[in-house]
Write a protein that binds this ligand. Structure first.
Ligand code: ADP
Ligand code: MG
Length: 436
């Protein structure tokens, strides 16, 4: 078994069987072209390739690093792609100090409606006048509402003008920072982030309570902004609502413009589905598009998964995509979404969001923040999975089911009386249902 196959085998254990069969199984490792710092996989078509690129690149990188000890760049190419295209991809990948921008994240591909008009207009005007208008531009909103897309749309404009653009998620920034600390290469780290023309930082809410990283980010921010370099930031909430964020950062995040994105209205969802189906070359009737738009909730991220599934099924079964067929596929998808939600998964999401360890949540710890997190977990587990109260009691180390029912009552009454708390629960629910 070659290293590529070994990594895919490891990946198989981390993902669902359906995901594996539908996507990963179709990948072939290109042993000949790959090297110690580069792994090339061949995908049968663009849908599979895009899906793997967006969902599994990080995991693959991580697994290669575990297996080989090297930092390995992942290239997913199409079986039919010419040598030239593959070579270009390899060069791009090797030069990347950060993630590449997705070229289809453009302003033209972004459907505008009341829910995202403001954020769209703000980002568009920033893209026309880097560093001069709103700096930083801070975009916030729930999962899958188009924050990354908008930010990268501006990034693509800048990149086409020849500007050096760094797009990075806060998690990547953290990893890079920790590596630089460990290897004593802080100088190089600082230089890298200070020599760009535009810095795009995605999902900055994860700065929450990371003091050292906040300090570092503060100086990067100051250095760039001081010389008029454009900074765009996204988060899942307003700077004021990010717990454990230093005041000086919070106030700086509000210096430019803070723009929110709301969940899309039905018409916007329809426009997005139409556009995505064109981009992905999946033919859908108006009736089907309307149906999908009404069934899915606000999280637009699901649309691509649904399209890819419709496409794959219709090809496999040699049938046209009609309404009946769509209904079945969607039903399948919803069920799958639910089955993928586990007690471990929920505990992990909550722990990460509240900055405590998953093991603390399941411990007997009685400190205020642990109890708070545990209660939220219990509530979400009850809402989002089929587990019984005794099972939950056992999982969370509570005495018996009455303790669980007591907790549920508490949370329900909090939800009724505290808008912020309710919003938090909704945010977490969104995260759990969109990551599983
Ligand atoms: P977020 O970063 O807010 O979680 P993303 O930007 O990753 O969300 O968007 C999720 C998916 O939905 C992406 O594929 C993106 O292209 C698509 N999307 C979101 N909003 C729109 C929109 N208004 N028009 C077109 N596509 C959109
Ligand atoms: Mg995003």
């Amino acid at each position: 078994m070659n290293i590529g196959q070994e990594v895919l085998k490891l990946l198989k254990e981390e993902i669902t069987e359906v995901e594996y069969n539908r996507y990963i199984k179709q990948l072939k490792y290109d042993e000949e072209k790959s090297s110690s710092d580069l792994a090339i996989f061949l995908a049968p078509n663009a849908l599979v390739s895009n899906w793997i690129k967006s969902k599994f690149t990080k995991k693959l990188e991580h697994l290669f690093e575990i297996k080989t000890g090297n930092k390995v760049s992942i290239v997913i190419s199409l079986k039919t792609e010419s040598k030239k295209v593959v070579n270009k991809k390899i060069i791009e990948q090797k030069n990347a100090v950060h993630s590449l921008l997705n070229p289809s994240h453009t302003f033209e591909n972004f459907m505008v409606g009341g829910s995202n008009q403001f954020a769209y207009a703000a980002t568009k005007s920033v893209s026309e006048k880097a560093g001069q208008l709103y700096n930083p531009l801070f975009i916030y909103g729930g999962v899958g509402l188009g924050k990354t897309h908008l930010m990268q749309a501006a990034g693509n404009v800048f990149q086409n003008q020849g500007k050096i653009v760094i797009y990075i998620t806060l998690e990547q920034f953290l990893n890079d920072f920790s590596r630089a600390l460990r290897n004593k290469t802080m100088e190089r780290f600082r230089e890298k982030y200070r020599q760009c023309d535009v810095l795009l930082v995605d999902d900055i809410q994860f700065l929450s309570s990371k003091e050292l990283l906040q300090e570092e980010f503060f100086h990067t921010f100051e250095a760039l902004r001081g010389v008029g370099k454009q900074i765009i930031i996204t988060a899942d909430k307003h700077p004021k609502k990010i717990a454990g964020l230093e005041e000086r950062l919070q106030s700086r995040f509000e210096w430019g413009l803070v723009a929110d994105i709301q969940p899309p209205e039905l018409e916007t969802k329809i426009a997005i589905i139409e556009s995505k189906s064109k981009i992905n070359k999946v033919k859908l009737t108006k009736e089907i598009i309307n149906y999908i738009a009404t069934v899915i909730d606000s999280n637009v991220r699901e649309i691509e998964g649904i399209l890819s599934k419709l496409h794959a099924y219709s090809q496999l079964m040699h049938v046209d995509i009609d309404l009946e067929f769509t209904k079945n596929v969607l039903k399948d998808q919803m069920q799958e979404n639910r089955e993928n939600i586990t007690l471990e998964g929920i505990t992990q999401v909550v722990a990460k969001d509240l900055n405590i360890k998953p093991s603390d949540i399941r411990s007997k710890g009685r400190s205020k923040n642990i109890v708070y997190a545990r209660r939220i977990c219990i509530y979400l587990c009850r809402e989002l999975t089929q587990n019984t109260m005794p099972t939950l009691a056992q999982y969370f180390g509570m005495k018996d089911h009455t303790a669980i029912s007591h907790t549920l009552k508490k949370i329900n009454s909090l939800m009724q009386n505290d808008e912020d708390f309710k919003a938090k629960i909704e945010e977490l629910t969104n995260k759990i249902t969109s990551t599983s």
